[in-house]
Structure formats: C-alpha cells, structure tokens
Design a protein around this ligand. Structure first.
Ligand code: ZN
Length: 145
C-alpha cells in the first residue's frame, strides 16, 4: 500500500481528501461532462463542469476507486473551481509535469502532495485520472464553444 510509504504530511493531505472529498455534487447546468476509467486499478469517475464566460464556475466529481485517484480528483476540483479556463489548463499542464518528475512551472499548493506518488509508477495513472478526464472534457467543450 503506497500511502504508508509517503511522507506523513503528504499522506495526511491525501487521506483528508479521500475521507471528505470536496465538490461531490453535480453542478447545475453543467456544460462539460467526461468520464474517466483506470481499468488497471478499477478507478471510475464522472466529472461535470459548468464553464461560463471562460471561467470554471462550478465543478462536481463522483466516482469510485482508490485513495489516490479520488483524493487527486477532490484536490483537482478545489484547484480549478472559480478559476479562468486558462489558469485551470495551466494547472493541468503543471500537474502533468509534476507527475513526470519535471518542474511544474506553476504554484500547485496541496497538489504537490501527489508528487510523492511518482515513487510508485503504477499509481501515477491513478493520480492523473481526474486531470486527463478534465482535459478530455475541456477539449470537447472548446470544440463546441
Ligand atoms: Zn487507482
């Protein structure tokens, strides 16, 4: 179980989000919806977002899966809610860089906790799931908008 091998502070942040996930409710009038799956681990999430005037007004994530996928998803919703799309996509790019072991180039805050997961390559997909799902959803949205 990789969580036991993470630094204690990181583990606390991840467990806190896992036990009390943020932004579980489906947003009213969501206009971005994407589903993500990580079959290797059994993680399955549904992400819905309401984007208005280029800003992430509301976001909701439901799903089941391991602590890393769900806590990463919870942290993602907190990180992007209320942010302009450009900022949300910069966070997305930065988080992917972090998980590849590169400099994120943006301030990631609590998301840095997930960087410790890099020590467990099979779990990197778990940490990235919510973000790749967001990316997929936003691509569809940009096409329409
Ligand atoms: Zn997982």
């Amino acid at each position: 179980m990789p969580l036991e091998q993470l630094d204690e502070l990181y583990r606390e942040i991840i467990l806190d989000h896992y036990k009390s996930p943020r932004n579980r409710a489906v947003p009213a009038e969501a206009n971005v919806k994407a589903e993500g799956k990580n079959p290797l681990c059994g993680d399955e999430i549904t992400l819905e977002v309401r984007v208005e005037d280029g800003v992430v007004r509301d976001v909701g994530l439901q799903g089941k899966g391991c602590s890393i996928s769900l806590s990463s998803g919870s942290m993602m919703t907190e990180a992007i809610k209320g942010k302009p799309l450009a900022e949300a996509t910069a966070l997305l790019a930065g988080f992917k860089e972090l998980m590849r072991g590169h400099e994120p180039g943006v301030e990631l805050g609590d998301l840095e906790a997930l960087g410790g997961v890099r020590k467990f390559p099979v779990r990197v997909k778990c940490a990235l799931l919510a973000w790749t799902t967001l990316e997929q959803g936003l691509k569809g949205h940009n096409k329409v908008g």
